[in-house]
Design a protein around this ligand. Structure first.
Ligand code: ATP
Length: 137
């Protein structure tokens, strides 16, 4: 597929990094096909991250992800999922490559500024979690 799904997480949104992050995404060749500001409830965050429900950081993750506004977006580009994960860098910003979004904007492995889908299948599922078909252009 040529689409992926991303979120600007509450840490980055709260620090005013949304514009810089979206600009870097657009300059890297991604087209925004859906975009909104929203806020997850703890329950909705738990649903989104259900795959991690047995992980020790699940409660920390869902508390953090429901702690403030986020930006959700669907992005289009050739090889979108893989290219976007390269653009954002490693989950832990200390290990993220120079110039990546997480290197520039993330504070820690928990508060790591952005989400990027890890497969075409999850990109589809996650995009549909936030957007109906007529909200995607
Ligand atoms: P994302 O799915 O957000 O793009 P990822 O695929 O790079 O991140 P995963 O291993 O799937 O990383 O973890 C999902 C999210 O859970 C991470 O982005 C991070 O916010 C959080 N997380 C992962 N490991 C930890 C940890 N050790 N402590 C706290 N939070 C963590």
């Amino acid at each position: 597929s040529n689409r992926t799904f991303t979120m600007v997480k509450p840490d980055a949104f709260g620090k005013g990094f949304t514009g810089g992050i979206l600009d870097q995404i657009i300059q890297a060749g991604f087209r925004i096909v859906a975009l909104k500001v929203t806020k997850l409830t703890k329950e909705k965050a738990g649903e989104f991250y259900a795959v991690h429900s047995e992980r020790p950081f699940y409660d920390e993750l869902t508390t953090f992800m429901s702690s403030g506004p986020i930006v959700a977006a669907i992005l289009e580009k050739d090889n979108a999922v893989e290219d976007f994960r390269t653009l954002i860098g490693a989950t832990n910003p200390a290990q993220a490559a120079e110039g990546t979004i997480r290197k520039k904007y993330a504070a820690s492995v928990g508060e790591n500024a952005v989400h990027g889908s890890d497969s075409d299948e999850n990109a589809q599922i996650e995009g549909s979690f936030f957007f109906s078909a007529f909200e995607q252009f």
